[in-house]
Write a protein that binds this ligand. Sequence first.
Ligand code: SF4
Length: 330
Amino acid sequence: MLQDSFNRQIDYLRIAVTDKCNLRCQYCMPANGIDYIKQSELLSYEEIERIVSVLAKEGVRKIRFTGGEPFLRKDLSYLIKSISKIEGIEKLAITTNATICIKYVDDLIPYGLTDWNVSIDSLDKKRFETITRRDEYETVIDCINYLKADPRIKLKLNTVVMKQHNIDDIIPLVELTQNHSLSVRFIEEMPFNGSGNEQAELVWDHKKILWHITEYFNHVNKIPDPQNSTSFNYQIQDFKGSFGIIPAFTRSFCGTCNRLRMTPTGLIKTCLYDKGTFNVKNMMRAGATDAEVLTAIQEAIRYKSKDGFEADKKRRGGNSTLLSMAQIGG
Ligand code: SF4
């Protein structure tokens, strides 16, 4: 079992398979993008499988594939299928921007990939294009409708709330949950936008988002939050679906954190806000055994920060700049 010094069991690994993306979302990347990682610096699929096998023996049960846009990594389906066969892995999930994934859906569901999170920050074409700096609105909506139509899929829509861009989308997004069992999650904006600038303050925090929704809908019911959940969940009376609010900048959910992250280059992060602990790819390429890899990961988890504030403070103390979310994997 992987446990930190706060008795939090780590059983969920988020794997960023690429930093490449075909969108340029304002809260994630500068308009001219980022310097993409060289192919030789990327973790290979064999290396990813090896790390997952090592961690599955130690209690990791859930894997989420992220990016950048994960489907931009060549032959991603091969990796997902092989990870699905690793003993101990019980849950597979993916976070995608839904611009290119529609052709992979039916092939991957039988391998257990039923948890699909789609990033969409506006239901308005013009606002969507302003936020993403790309003209992919129709493609994304088509893919969302395709995923909505499949009862095997647990669909979540992730929306980063930005005061200058999409406040007018909050209510229409909640209204999507009236006739469909999907979950819409509103995420506080975070400072991982590739500018390296620290985020001073947050206007639209989880409290203001909830207030905005309860001002509009009469009956907003609190519903139970799943174990280790980062979102606080609610349901409008008589609506089929639900909405959640993720205080990602406020960081009021760290007490039950069960997450470990691995960046596309193999940097192990025990917290979204830390600067990374060590590079497992370099270790493996230097000839480390599985036992040595495991010991290094256990050591990193032993020193996992109490919460995102402590991790952020340590990062700043190390003068490490903030990466783009595409380089971390969310
Ligand atoms: S901010 Fe860090 S400690 Fe808190 S939940 Fe996220 S990853 Fe875990």
